[in-house]
Design a protein around this ligand. Sequence first.
Ligand code: SAM
Ligand code: SF4
Length: 337
Amino acid sequence: MESAPSLVDPFRRAITYLRVSVTDRCDFRCVYCMSENMTFLPKRDLLTLEELDRLCSAFVGLGVRKLRITGGEPLVRRGIMTFFNAMGRHLESGALDELTLTTNGSQMHRFANDLAAAGVRRVNISLDTLDERKFARITRWGRLSQVLKGIDAAQAAGLRVKINTVALKGFNEDELFTLQEWCAARDMDLTFIEVMPMGDIGNEERLDQYWSLKELRARLEERFTVTDLAERSGGPATYVRLHETGQKIGFITPLSHNFCESCNRVRITCTGEIYTCLGQEGKADLRAPLRAHPEDDAPLIAAIRAAIATKPKGHDFDYSRGDVTGRMSRHMSHTGG
Ligand code: SAM
Ligand code: SF4
């Protein structure tokens, strides 16, 4: 048995949050994310569902408390509910606090009840516009009505929904208040994401224009009393409250580095590479130890620890953080059963 299971990086940050991509495939082709003619990885390169289970379970064993499943589109991965159900055992055991996913919502009507039964309580659904034609344009292959059906299904299943909207100048600027009001009426939180310049995503009409969240916030302030919330997720999101509606609005500025000091997360790609910092290239292969030792997790755990030991400090590090280290290990050993 592990005596001190927590993962702590060289800067004393406890790693408690794992984001896992379960596929590179998607049924949409959002213009800021993919080119229309994507080449996907050969299936053999992807972690199998069993490997994903072993990998995530190893992290949970090492103190990860929150698991977010993403992609590509996680709900197009065949058999993905087997994996969610398997992770549900860690919620039941108390080892995991939260199992969640980020999805485009297109398959949510099929899976909402199963996800709730597996122990999922909250989902992030990406939606950039409430206009059918604009939706078809931005996602290339998506249908708005299907996503709206998915959102209905998620809420009917008792899942708390947060909408993620990429802020795009000249595209959804005019829908700021429509989206805000729609979310308020449906009791959904709303988070805006600043668009990140991506690699080769094809020859796009000018849809990928940068709309700064500072500017977006200033527009909210013209209509509402906007107060900053102290809460941080350990990631690039900050939150405000709109006094008049009580609504919480998030802002994700992925390129800012002012959250590094409290960064609690690492990411795994669908091929089993671990990225220890969103803003840096550092990565390590976890698939090799997984596949080379199908019966023995010790080499995998050693590789995870070695990767965490290389997690960079990031920018703007400051020593004023509270005492976060150590807490997870005690918590783990008390909630194991
Ligand atoms: N397919 C799922 C979805 O769309 O929610 C999960 C994966 S998707 C890559 C996760 C999030 O990244 C989505 O909210 C999407 O809008 C956002 N995203 C994709 N490309 C982006 C970019 N270039 N800049 C900012 N956000 C982006
Ligand atoms: Fe990318 Fe998600 Fe859009 Fe698919 S739905 S293209 S993964 S942002």
